[in-house]
Structure formats: structure tokens, C-alpha cells
Design a protein around this ligand. Structure first.
Ligand SMILES: [Zn+2]
Length: 468
């Protein structure tokens, strides 16, 4: 059986994959700085015999690895960026690994490595002549800032793909059946006039403009559809209070279930910023959209395929040690905390008393996933995504608890399960023409009334927001 051999290949590579995931975990790099991770993955993929291009237009830490020829072309999406200030050791209690360091609190060290494992296993099967078509692994940087895949899409790197497959670490084993939130990441920059604070009447404060903009935005909330949300942070002007700051920025992330809702809300937020500039005698120097994503369109045929493969695998293989680690970690939660965490990943009530989910959940009853990504590519290509459990029920993403798990065996075992799920789905898409056609037909149907418009300019370049 072709699939069995593909899964065996992932098992044979499991030590290498665990080491890669741990290496990336030990060397966490934030968005657009993923030099170590991208080089490591490029090296391993090249040594495995795939043709690798490291460094794509405007994205030096993006990569594509390819093997095979002809159709179908299946792309597997990987990520490897970490999060600021989430350093944590791989132990079930709070222990900072590097003071002030970054951490893999979203598990992208596993996400990318799981994809690498699947791509190598499929390559081997193509080389043996058991599968026909082309496998591509996409190393996509800067997901956390909603940048990488958006720019890669704009620049045509996904062109000709017949399907794109993706997984994300989670506490659940469940395909994405519903869209996640559309999002826009945008920086408002104000310019004022500096002055010595005792003579502040001469100056015009850009910080005042930012503060008034944020106040205005908070009043705006009430008059937007309830589902539209935004969060902001003030980017430091880096000067002491005895100087009137002439520069200050506010970084906003807006989210809503549908892009069209953001399209309506966004100009009103810009008006608030303009008003703040008028009030303070400053200038709204720029409104710069850094990245974002539309609500994701998920392909139900691929979702079914993920469920089938997860069931054939019998769920992730966690060990006694994993359960012990998970229990020690989640014993620190109150029952309410654990319940909130379970609901965040849409874990059905029947599993809420479990510690670590090894069952497969075929679908959710929710209308939307309360997360966002940079997956506009789902508007252009058939896209399937799946959650695989890499941390216990109750753990949220972007927390020290998630970082602890993504550097430990729980994370590695979930990652191998994910890798096999992706590879199994890929096998079937490459061997069953009817299935591939069903995926494409569904995509044609779901996308026929959508007009895709990218939210970044043709000349835009990926930008790192400086938090300090
Ligand atoms: Zn993530």
C-alpha cells in the first residue's frame, strides 16, 4: 500500500524531524527574521533530493522545495516564526528559558517541520514511481504578522497549484470546516513638532494624536457591527517625558468574519485618525497596511480527506509521559480556565474532561474560527486545513504553556501525526483523479461569486514593526 510506505517513511525520519522541530524551538526567530529556521529546512529538503529555492522576492526567509513533474501539483504550507517574549523551557511549570527571549507559543516550529516531513515522504514515493505529480513545500515566513503568504500570493509563487494543504498546532484533532476571521494589520504614523516640554505650547505632540485616535476608535466600536473588532498597541516614540514627541505610531489589527465588513469599517477608522491629527495640529503622515488576510475558504472535500486519514491513523500517539506532562500543566488551571481553552479550540463537550485529546473530531458546530491568518490563497486555490493536538485541552495559543509543549514530546508526537495526515491526504489526491476533480469542482462552486482583490499594493514590501 502506497500510503503505508509514505507513513513508514515519516516514522523512519521521526528522529530527524523531532530534532529539526527542537532546533527551531531552541532558536526562536520572530516574523521576517527566520534565518536559522529557513536555512535549516532548506538544507534538509535539499539533502533529501528536493529542488530548493531559498529567498523569494522581498522575502529572504521564504522557501520553496519541489519534486516531481506534471499534475497534480500539491503544495504543503509551512511556517516557522516565533512570538516576542514568550520564552519558556519545555517543562510543565513557568520557567523562562532566556530572559526577554522569544518563544514558539504558536507551535510554528512544529507546523513547518510537519510539512517538511510530509513533503519528503511524498517525494520518496514519487521517486519510487508510486505517485505521479509534483509536490511542493512552501516555507512561509511572518505568519504572525499576516505577511508571508500574502506577498507570496501577490508574486505568483502558488501559481498552478491544484490544492494547498495546511495544518496548525492545537489541542484538537479536527479539520477546518468554517472560515476564520478576516484581518488587516495597519500602522498609523503621526508627525508633530518637537519642543522642550516646559515650552510645550510651541510643540505639537504626535503621542497626543495617537492617544486621541485610540480614544476615538474606542467610541467608534459601538457604531460598528458587533463582530468587527480591533486591537492596538502604541509603538514607542523612545523619548523621555520632558520632550514633546514629534513622532508616534499606532499599530492596529482589525478583524471581522468577512472582508467586506472590514472594507466598510476601515475608512471610518482612518477618519478617526485624521480627526486626531486635526485636534492636535499634527499630520497623519501615513496609513500603511502591512498585511492581513481574508476570511479563509475551506474545502470540505479536503476536510473529509483529513478526517479519513486521521481516523486511519487512529489519532495521535501520545505516551504515558505525555499524559503526565499534560496533567501537571493543566492541574494549574481552574476548571473555568480549562473550559475556556477547550471552547477556544471547539472541542466537543464529551471530551472536556480529558487531558490530552487523542480522538478525531470530524466537524465543529461553530460558524467561525476566532483566529486569523494570511491565507488569502484560499480564495485563489483549493485549500484544506486541519488542527492536530500538540498541547493539552485548556491551553491557548500564544502562551508560555503552548511554548512548553511545542518544545516537548507532546508537540513532537502531535507533529508526526499531522505530518502523516498531510502526507496521507496528498497520496490520495495524487492517486484518485475523481477526488482531485471533486476538490476542484467544489472550489469552483464556492468561489464563483467572489471577486478577489489583494489588500497590499504591487510595490509594497514586507515590513517589520518595531515594538520599541
Ligand atoms: Zn499560528
Amino acid at each position: 500500500m502506497i500510503k503505508k510506505k509514505v507513513w513508514d517513511c515519516i516514522d523512519q525520519n521521526s528522529d530527524m524531524l523531532k530534532k529539526m522541530a527542537r532546533d527551531i524551538w531552541e532558536n526562536p526567530e520572530v516574523s521576517l527574521e527566520e534565518e536559522y529556521a529557513s536555512k535549516l529546512q532548506a538544507k534538509v529538503l535539499e539533502e533529501a533530493g528536493l529542488k530548493v529555492v531559498l529567498g523569494l522576492k522581498d522575502l529572504p526567509t521564504a522557501l520553496i522545495a519541489e519534486y516531481g513533474e506534471g499534475k497534480p501539483i500539491i503544495g504543503i504550507l509551512g511556517e516557522y516564526d516565533a512570538l516576542e517574549s514568550l520564552s519558556q523551557d519545555s517543562v510543565p511549570e513557568r520557567k523562562v528559558r532566556v530572559q526577554g527571549g522569544h518563544g514558539h507559543g504558536c507551535g510554528h516550529n512544529l507546523l513547518g517541520t510537519g510539512g517538511v516531513g510530509a513533503a519528503i515522504a511524498i517525494k520518496e514515493a514519487i521517486e519510487r514511481g508510486e505517485l505521479q505529480g509534483t509536490i511542493r513545500y512552501y516555507g512561509c515566513p511572518a505568519e504572525e504578522e499576516l505577511i508571508g503568504k500574502l506577498f507570496m500570493l501577490r508574486d505568483g509563487y502558488f501559481d498552478h497549484c491544484d490544492a494547498l494543504l495546511y495544518w496548525h498546532p492545537s489541542s484538537n484533532n479536527m479539520p477546518w470546516r468554517v472560515p476564520c476571521l478576516a484581518a488587516t494589520s495597519v500602522v498609523f504614523s503621526f508627525k508633530g513638532l518637537t519642543a522642550h516640554a516646559p515650552q510645550a505650547h510651541i510643540g505639537r505632540s504626535a503621542l497626543d494624536a495617537v492617544e486621541l485616535m485610540n480614544v476615538g476608535a474606542n467610541y467608534l466600536r459601538e457604531h460598528l457591527p458587533r463582530e468587527v473588532m480591533f486591537h492596538y498597541s502604541i509603538l514607542g516614540n523612545g523619548i523621555a517625558p520632558n520632550t514633546v514627541p514629534d513622532r508616534c505610531q499606532s499599530w492596529y489589527m482589525m478583524r471581522a468574519p468577512k472582508r467586506v465588513q472590514l472594507d466598510e469599517a476601515f475608512p471610518r477608522l482612518v477618519d478617526v485618525a485624521k480627526g486626531a491629527a486635526m485636534m492636535t495640529g499634527t499630520t497623519l503622515e501615513s496609513v500603511e497596511v502591512l498585511g492581513g488576510g481574508n476570511e479563509v475558504i475551506v474545502n470540505q472535500t479536503i476536510a473529509d480527506l483529513f478526517v479519513k486519514n486521521m481516523n486511519e491513523l487512529g489519532g495521535p500517539s501520545f505516551t504515558e509521559a505525555d499524559y503526565k506532562f499534560a496533567k501537571e500543566l493543566t492541574d494549574q488551571f481552574t476548571p473555568e480556565q480549562k473550559l475556556r481553552g477547550a471552547k477556544a479550540f471547539q472541542i466537543p463537550a464529551e471530551y472536556h474532561d480529558q487531558i490530552l485529546l487523542d480522538a478525531v473530531v470530524p466537524k465543529t458546530d461553530a460558524d467561525v474560527f476566532p483566529v486569523s491568518g494570511d491565507a488569502d490563497l484560499s480564495w485563489v486555490f483549493p485549500f484544506g486545513a486541519v488542527y492536530c493536538a500538540t498541547w493539552p485541552i485548556g491551553v491557548f495559543t500564544h502562551t508560555w504553556q503552548a511554548t512548553a509543549c511545542t518544545g516537548s514530546d507532546i508537540g513532537f508526537h502531535g507533529m508526526l501525526f499531522a505530518s502523516k495526515t498531510l502526507a496521507g491526504a496528498c497520496c490520495e489526491l495524487m492517486t484518485d483523479e475523481n477526488l482531485m476533480n471533486k476538490v476542484k469542482d467544489e472550489f469552483k462552486e464556492t468561489s464563483k461569486n467572489l471577486e478577489y482583490k489583494i489588500n497590499i499594493g504591487a510595490d509594497a514590501v514586507p515590513k517589520k514593526v518595531k515594538l520599541t
